[in-house]
Design a protein. Structure first.
Length: 163
């Protein structure tokens, strides 16, 4: 049985799904990153219903190390400070965290989850939640990064500024 909490903020369309063990933050392996990206892109390629809203197929996204770093920092902050929210312990949001790692963006978004054993189960939970699902299917995002610290998942999306 998994406990889940969901919170959606409208500023950047952030979504959340909630063990509080202290663990050292680690990046996902390259294989895990590619598997997560492939799962998200399969969903985006086929389209899906996000609640009552049909989201048509959209283009694939690519991995972004800066978004991964922003996600990793936020997951670590939540675990270390025993909270679960889109707002960091210092009051910053996803846009601030993306700025903090040097990601120059025109759009950013975030999904968070806690208590799921792997990315596949986490993705299924996000897909079943309309706000998370819309983030997954948003055509305006072209990049993502994912982090896992303890049992907290953070998925950050972005679309970089064009040069």
């Amino acid at each position: 049985m998994f406990a889940a909490k969901i919170a959606i903020t409208t500023a950047f369309l952030c979504s959340a799904i909630h063990s509080t063990k202290l663990e050292t933050p680690t990046k996902l392996s390259d294989t895990s990153k590619q598997e997560a990206l492939a799962m998200v892109n399969r969903l985006r390629a086929k389209g899906c219903h996000c609640g009552r809203k049909y989201m048509p197929p959209v283009g694939p996204i690519i991995w972004n190390d800066q978004l991964e770093q922003a996600a990793l920092g936020h997951a670590n902050d939540m675990l270390r400070n025993n909270f679960f929210a889109h707002e960091s312990s210092d009051g910053s949001g996803i846009g601030d965290r993306a700025d903090g790692v040097g990601y120059q963006w025109q759009a950013v978004g975030e999904n968070i989850a806690q208590g799921y054993p792997n990315f596949q189960r986490t993705l299924l939970a996000w897909q079943a939640s309309p706000g998370h699902c819309i983030n997954l299917m948003r055509g305006g995002y072209s990049e993502m990064g994912v982090a896992l610290v303890g049992d907290i998942w953070v998925q950050d999306f972005g679309d970089p500024l064009s040069n």
